[in-house]
Structures are given as C-alpha cells and as structure tokens.
Design a protein around this ligand. Structure first.
Ligand SMILES: *Cc1c(COP(=O)(O)O)cnc(C)c1O
Length: 405
C-alpha cells in the first residue's frame, strides 16, 4: 500500500489489501488475496475475552453475521475508493442496500423525495414499502430548475438521487441538488451504480451516502449479486446498525468474487466506455435512431454536466427509435442481434440489449427535455468487452431486420 495519491487503475489494485487479512498465520509471508474465511462461529480466547465483547465494526471477530476478513477486505476496499467515506456496509443485493439505507435514515412521519428518473425498484421501495412504516415519498423532477426546492417540505428528511438516470440516462446537477439538501438539513443518498466512485466520487460532490449495486461494475462478470452503502461516520453507523437489525450479511465466497472483479474494474470501465462511444457515434448517424442517450457522447443530452462532474463513464446507454417504427419492429431488431443477450442487469463482460418504455416508471417527465423522442420506443444497451466493430456489425444487422418504417 502507498500513501501517495494514485490514479484509479492503481487504486483498485491496492484497495483493501491489508496485511492482517492476507498474511500467513504465525509466519512470514502473505498471499495476494484474502482467503475465503467461511465462518459462522468466531472463537473467543477465554471467558474474560467473551465477557469483554467486541466493537460492532468491521475488522473485529464477533459472529459470522458481522462478516469476517474476506468481507472486511471488500468493504475496506470500497471505503478507500470513496473519498469522504469512513465505512462501507455490504448487502446481498443493490436493492437490499437501498431499502436498508432508507430504513436506517428515515422515521415514521418523515418524507422522502425520489428523483423521477430512479431505478424502478427504488421507486417501489420509496412509494410502497416505506408506507408500511409511516414514511411518505414523492417524486421530484431532477432537471427542473426548482424541482427539488419546490418539493421540499418541513417533513422532508432525505432525498434519493441517481445520475445518469436509469433507462433515460439524464444527468442531473448532483452538486447543486446535494448542496440544496444539505442547506436544509436533508440527507442526500445517491445511487452511484453507473459511475462508481472512480467516475463520480459522490461524497466529495456533496452527497451523504453513496449506494451501489456491486452486481454491475464491481462484480463485472454476471455471476454475483451484492450491494454496498458508503458514508461518513455518523451516517454509516446508523446504516450498519439497521443492517445488523435486519440480519444483512454477504457470503465470503461472494465477497471474494466481488474483490476479484474490483481489481479489473477501471480497465473494464475504460474499455467499455470507449466501445460504447464508438457504438453511440455510429447509432447517432443512423436514420432509424432519433436520439442517442449517452452522456459521454458530445452533443448528447447531459453531456456538458457529465463533462463537468464525471471523470469516467461506462458501457450503459440507451437510444430511441425514430418515428414510424413500432413495438414489433423493435422486437425484430433485438431478436436479430447475435452478440447482445436479452436480459436485465448490466456491467458484465458481455453485451446486453433490452427494450424499455419510460412512461410507466417516470411520472413527471418520461424523456430528457430537448430530444427527438421519435417513436417513443427505447432500447438500452450494456456494452461489454467485445470488439466495437463486431458489435456495430451486429447492430447494423438488427436495424436492417426492422425493415422500412
Ligand atoms: C441493478 C441496479 C440496482 C439494484 O441492484 P441489484 O444488485 O440488482 O439488486 C440498483 N440501482 C441501479 C441503478 C441498478 O441498475
């Protein structure tokens, strides 16, 4: 480990590799990765040790539900990658991380404001699940100049943000929204799955909690589900307490897979960003496409804010079919693709395509303003690690399969 400031590719290699988790017990030497510590019971030295108790924090043997060195190494790695965070709590999925974080910071009578471009399960947690606990939630328009300011009431205690938004990829002015929330004593939580802290260090941009679905970029190989929440001290303690109440624990095997994924994350993100840009540029020229919703693409909606605030992108973006194409044409396009799988999730090494219609999930504004929404039919692509020319050739075949309008 080095204390010198390093670049993201170096940081993901160094992160979380504390000697105490990798060294050979009682001897000289260490292994590179923390072993998979499978453990429910943690043993105590003697009755005095048992009676002394151990702090409810990462890095102390207590009982398997509080994790062991494999999980601690992952949590520590994620904390070190998120400047401003004092700790990270791991969850069995991204959705679990969002649900538990909201339960940790809200109380009956409180109100939550939800960005209108939120991931659909986030919206459902907010608008349905939290109601059982006497917590109300309302959507706000993250792109309207006073969208958040006008939505805040005396009861508002937290706001959940996401940028770029799920499906429609609008980039919001997170520093402005987070700072407005902070001025009013409102906690801001961001779903930072798209950018990761490597592309958007959320806490240094004013957010209080950075939540990620590790299922996506961190895992990176479509073989593990996990989530995380990182925050500074008072808030991470509340999240940890709630997670312990709710028995949230991840397996050491899964933590080990996530750590393996993390080591190549920067390289994968750089490569898939580059390929996504090649594909986006190509789609932008096609008459079958009315809009390309890719924040990394110059001229695309949200590009200026992305350029200002983000230091990296990823392979996930969307496009809209031109006026005149219908749902059957879109199905022909996607069915004709050989290299793109059809499936949920994203961020794996393999490319995916999925159709979407934002209207049912975005209540206030289905599409980002100022774009040609054409047929109103969206396709979301997750660009993997394949060759850009091959992916473009595959998409060309798909567009041809749609036929004339
Ligand atoms: C996938 C996803 C989640 C949920 O993560 P899971 O690990 O699938 O539960 C949350 N937010 C965003 C933006 C996602 O894409």
């Amino acid at each position: 480990m080095t204390d010198k400031p390093t670049k993201p590719a170096t940081r993901v290699v160094e992160a979380g590799r504390k000697r105490e988790w990798t060294s050979v017990p009682g001897g000289k030497g260490a292994v590179v990765n923390p072993p998979v510590w499978r453990a429910s019971t943690h043993l105590y030295e003697d009755i005095a040790d048992l009676a002394g108790g151990r702090p409810n924090e990462d890095g102390h043997f207590y009982y398997g539900r509080r994790g062991g060195p494999t999980q601690w190494a992952l949590a520590d790695a994620l904390t070190s990658l998120e400047p401003g965070a004092d700790g990270t709590e791991l969850f069995p999925s991204g959705v679990a991380a969002i649900a538990c974080t909201l339960l940790a910071v809200l109380r009956p009578g409180d109100e939550l404001l939800v960005t209108d471009n939120a991931y659909e399960p986030t919206r459902n947690i907010a608008l349905s699940m939290l109601r059982q606990f006497g917590i109300t939630a309302r959507p706000f328009d993250p792109l309207a100049p006073d969208g958040l300011a006008n939505a805040i009431t005396d009861a508002t205690k937290a706001v959940i943000l996401e940028s770029p938004g799920s499906l429609t990829m609008e980039v919001c002015d997170i520093p402005a929204l987070a700072s407005l929330a902070r001025e009013r004593g409102i906690l801001s939580i961001i779903d930072n799955t798209w950018a990761t802290p490597l592309g958007f260090p959320a806490l240094t941009h004013g957010c209080d909690v950075s939540v990620m679905s590790l299922t996506k970029h961190v895992g990176g190989h479509s073989d593990v589900m996990m989530g995380s929440a990182s925050a500074a001290k008072p808030v991470i303690k509340r999240i940890r307490r709630q997670a312990q109440f709710m028995g949230q624990v991840v397996s050491p095997d899964d933590a080990s897979l996530a750590l393996r994924g993390l080591r190549s994350m920067q390289v994968r993100l750089e490569r898939s960003t580059q390929t996504a840009l090649d594909v986006a540029r190509w789609l932008d020229e096609r008459p079958e496409v009315s809009a390309v919703l890719c924040p990394m693409l110059p001229g695309a909606p949200g590009h200026d804010l992305w350029q200002r605030d983000f230091s990296g992108g990823c392979g996930l973006f969307s496009f809209v079919l031109s006026d005149g194409f219908d749902v059957d044409a879109r199905a022909r396009l996607i069915d004709a693709l050989d290299l793109f799988g059809i499936g949920f999730s994203w961020g794996g090494f393999e490319s995916l395509a999925i159709p979407f219609d934002p209207a049912p999930v975005h209540k206030l504004r289905p599409w980002p303003p100022g774009i040609d929404t054409g047929s109103g039919l969206g396709v979301r692509l997750s660009i993997g690690l394949e060759d850009a020319e091959d992916l473009i050739a595959d998409l060309a075949g798909g567009l041809d399969a749609m036929g004339a309008k």
